[in-house]
Design a protein around this ligand. Structure first.
Ligand code: NAD
Length: 362
């Protein structure tokens, strides 16, 4: 069988790591017809937008995409392309497994956490009102009338919607993932003691879902501030972590830090029958075009993709090849060497070559 999969190289370091990941997937022998689709700051001039409709169409048609990072320009009219893709395609579940790899320097060993982040609601919904605008003043007036709370007139506002339906589907995703991957526990995390009507609602809806898994998967709740401390002090107590959008974003970087950094942390955005696989890291513009950064995060995202496609053997083969190259520590990028200026560090494509050699040899 040949799969047709959309490949979005992205911008910044995206094209370097996307090409490395594409070659590694091809080396597994799984037949893929890659449909390359453009997005990012480099194509704004050509299309008048960083997210051409053809790119979304390609993902809708092929149902699976592998995506490099895309820069979010600050202070321009464009909102994040990454957020737009997730919202447009309703990729409501962001899956970020964080598992220690031997050979990656970290303060921690044996980390095995899975972050499941809600991807469509919360403060990321993009419902914002700019300071000083007439509609913002009007909204402040309405809120003061309805809520009997005062808001400083020189405020900007961001709205945080959390729904029962949106929460139930992400918590169900977390439990189903836990069942399929033989995990033991789901921890729901919010700041419900302060935001009772949004984060409180998240917990209430999560409890409802958890009832359906009683006796199979354990369920517990934590507050986000306490959770940050606990993950730093005793990460071994935790398993699958399920969070609303913003907390999930922050906590997944924390968990990436526990396993040695963004260079090795993969991710996936999954909806109903659609999935886009991408690393946690961004476009690291200062390394653009230098063939320097670590391709592993996107290659491990491609492992998740192979697993999602049901290509379990290929996924295992590629995962083992990545682990072997890192454990050897020879053909690895600068960030995996004991010192960042180690002259024996190899480039992005050379590290991919070493992984491909293991895939083919192993
Ligand atoms: P970043 O992840 O791009 O880079 C931060 C630092 O992490 C880099 O300077 C580098 O030192 C290190 N790093 C990142 N990826 C690495 C890799 N593969 N190998 C080795 N080191 C690596 O974060 P940032 O600087 O905050 O964001 C840059 C841009 O990327 C912003 O415009 C941001 O909005 C965007 N972004 C995009 C995505 C996405 O496409 N999904 C995710 C996060 C950030």
């Amino acid at each position: 069988m040949t799969y047709t999969i959309t490949l979005i190289p992205g911008d910044g370091i995206g094209p370097d790591v996307a090409e490395a990941a594409r070659r590694c997937v091809d080396a597994t022998g799984v037949k893929i017809n890659w449909e390359v689709a453009e997005a990012g700051s480099d194509v704004i001039e050509k299309y008048g937008t960083p997210l051409p409709p053809e790119t979304l169409e390609s993902v809708r048609k092929n149902k699976v995409a592998l995506k490099g990072p895309i820069t979010t320009p600050i202070g321009t009219g464009f909102r994040s392309v990454n957020v737009a893709i997730r919202k447009e395609l309703d990729l409501y579940a962001c899956l970020r497994p964080c598992k220690s790899l031997k050979g990656v320097r970290s303060r921690y060993e044996n980390i095995d956490l899975v972050v499941v982040r809600e991807n469509t609601e919360d403060l990321y919904a993009g419902i914002e009102f700019e300071e000083g605008k007439p509609e913002t003043k009007k909204l402040i007036g309405e809120i003061e009338k309805l809520g009997k709370k005062s808001i400083r007139p020189d405020s900007g506002l961001s709205i945080k919607p959390i729904s029962i339906s949106g929460t139930k589907r992400i918590v169900k995703f977390a439990f189903e993932y836990a069942l399929r991957h033989k995990r033991k526990k789901v921890t729901a995390i919010t700041k419900a003691n302060i935001m009772k009507y949004t984060d409180g609602l998240f917990f209430a809806a999560a409890r409802e879902v958890a009832k359906g898994y009683e006796g199979k998967i354990e369920y517990e709740e934590r507050l986000i501030d306490n959770m940050c401390m606990q993950l730093v002090q005793k990460p071994e107590l935790y398993d699958v972590l399920c969070l609303p959008n913003l907390y999930g974003d922050i906590l997944s970087d924390l968990c990436a830090g526990l396993i040695g950094g963004l260079g090795v942390a993969p991710g996936a955005n999954i909806g109903e029958g659609l999935a886009v696989f991408e690393a946690i890291h961004g476009s690291a513009p200062k390394y653009k075009g230098l063939n320097k950064v670590n391709p592993v995060a996107l290659i491990l995202s491609a492992v998740l993709m192979l697993d999602y496609l049901g290509e379990k053997d290929a996924a295992r083969k590629l995962q083992n090849a990545v682990a072997a190259v890192i454990a050897e520590g020879k053909s690895v990028t600068y960030d995996l060497k004991p010192h960042r200026d180690d002259p024996s560090a190899v480039g992005t494509s050379e590290m991919a070559d070493a992984i491909i050699a293991k895939v083919k040899g192993g």
